[in-house]
Design a protein around this ligand. Structure first.
Ligand code: G6P
Ligand code: MN
Length: 451
């Protein structure tokens, strides 16, 4: 079985390869094709993969190419984990938003819109090539903003593209541990959009045990989301939000902490990664050791400003072992390839699962997965505030998709101005001007004001 990784020189590729190496089952991945526009980055990552494979019997072969059609032809699965504009693009997304006084974040708010405007045209081009040269392949999309990008690709690939994220799994794992239940025996009633969902119930043996957790102060504040949001707020809403909701629920505090920080998250990640990718081959220590050290430094500082604003303290050691996105990817791939039924929280077209959103809207909900792909399980409707927020953000995403597919600058302005974390059309207008000027990738919007 062949797996093609788009963004093959990306920092998280060794996580995926590590999971592949641990899989010794029948019908496992035997060939990995790394596709990246930057062969130098792929070469660095290739050295880490070689270190990982040392001593492992029959490791999957690894080849690299910069030719997209060559990477796609004959493949069974495509993992798309690209970063259009690189980490430098992320730094600009975050900085410009913070300078305008609004949240500067990779996937949420103005930063996420800029990232989406940059990424969707490229994701669509990739989806078209997959449809042309590998129509039977399944695409697993990690590329952020994952829900929006999956929806863009689904317009060309239908339900053969499935988006994934590690945050719902991480939340489920942490809540199960706080409750002392086996996650495999629980049903997690999680629903929303990517980076915008809520865990509303945890069913064990037919009973919802989430109220037990909400009633137990010590257990409730023993894990990341509990410490971030605080017991009082979690009780007030009767659910556990995805950690990304912290950017909404505590927006002013998060923005203040980000503006006070020495550098943005993207700038820190860029600095860490520059050192790693610039490391000379054959320098002191192995490539794998250097990658591990960088990964640990990155994980331990994840959402640091939010945790600081909330007084949440350090990240738990159990959360540093990566959120498990590679495990979701592998579980998804195995279930499809071997027609083994499993349940995973994924980003798929709604098809009636979540009331209030149309059938083509990509949502993040529990799905049944087997050889036929992923099918969303009908969920209880979202209500009130959550429904309003999800509907609003889906409309923002649709405006981004319209801008990216037609070049409409008016749609881009609408996306920014109607986002609840951008509080003025004047701010939205300035943001758009600055993003256009700063990013060669957004040049396609210039002079398209009237569409
Ligand atoms: C989580 C999210 C990913 C996101 C990552 C950012 O894992 O689920 O979608 O890309 O955090 O982490 P970073 O270290 O780049 O800030
Ligand atoms: Mn994610």
């Amino acid at each position: 079985m062949r797996l093609t990784i788009l963004g093959g020189g990306g920092f998280r590729v060794p996580l995926v390869y590590r999971a592949l190496l641990a899989d010794q089952g029948k019908g496992r991945v035997t060939e990995v094709v790394l596709h990246d526009l930057d062969p130098a980055r792929t070469a660095v990552i290739g050295r880490v993969l070689a270190d990982q494979a040392a001593g492992v019997p029959d490791p999957p072969s690894v080849t690299a190419t910069t030719d997209l059609d060559e990477a796609l032809t004959g493949t069974d699965f495509v993992f798309s984990a690209i970063r259009v504009g690189g980490t430098e693009g992320r730094v600009a997304d975050e900085r410009i938003a913070l300078e305008e006084g609004v949240l500067g974040q990779e996937t949420v708010g103005a930063g996420g819109i800029a990232y989406g405007l940059r990424t969707v045209p490229v994701a669509v081009r990739i989806a078209r090539r997959v449809a042309a040269v590998a129509p039977d392949a399944w695409v697993i999309n990690f590329t952020n903003p994952a829900g929006l990008v999956t929806e863009a690709m689904s317009r060309h690939l239908g339900d053969r593209v499935i988006g994934i994220c590690d945050s719902p799994v991480g939340l489920g794992r942490r809540v199960a541990a706080a409750l002392g239940v086996d996650p495999a025996s629980a049903w997690f009633d999680y629903a929303g959009l990517n980076h915008l969902g809520w865990l509303r119930a945890v069913r064990v043996g037919g009973r919802d045990v989430l109220p037990d957790l909400l009633a137990d102060e010590a257990a409730l504040t023993s894990f990341e989301e509990g410490r971030l949001f605080g017991a009082e707020w979690l009780r007030a809403i009767g659910a556990i939000p995805n950690e990304y909701l912290h950017y909404y629920d505590f927006n002013r505090d998060a923005v203040a902490a980000m503006r006070a920080a020495e550098r943005s998250r993207g700038a820190l990640v860029l600095e860490q990664q520059c050192d790693f990718y610039a490391r000379p081959a054959g320098g002191p220590g192995s490539a794998l050791e250097a990658w591990e050290a960088t990964r640990r430094a990155r994980e331990s500082t994840y959402m640091a400003e939010n945790r600081e604003a909330a007084g949440a303290g350090e990240r738990a050691a159990s959360d540093l072992e990566s959120g498990g996105y590679e495990k979701v990817a592998l579980a998804l791939m195995r279930a499809i390839a071997h027609d083994e039924r499993t349940t995973l929280i994924l980003n798929v077209r709604n098809r009636g699962a979540l009331a209030g959103l149309d059938d083509d809207a990509v949502v993040e909900v529990p799905c049944f997965v087997d050889g036929n792909g992923a099918r969303p399980v009908t969920a209880d409707p979202l209500t009130g505030h959550a429904l309003g927020l999800v509907t609003t953000i889906k409309a923002v995403e649709r405006a981004v998709l319209a801008a990216a597919t037609t070049g409409s600058r008016a749609a881009a302005l609408r996306a920014l101005a109607t986002h609840p974390l951008v509080d003025s059309v004047a701010v939205a207008r300035r943001l758009l001007e600055r993003y256009e000027t700063d990013s060669p990738h957004l040049g396609y919007l210039r002079g398209k004001a009237d569409r």
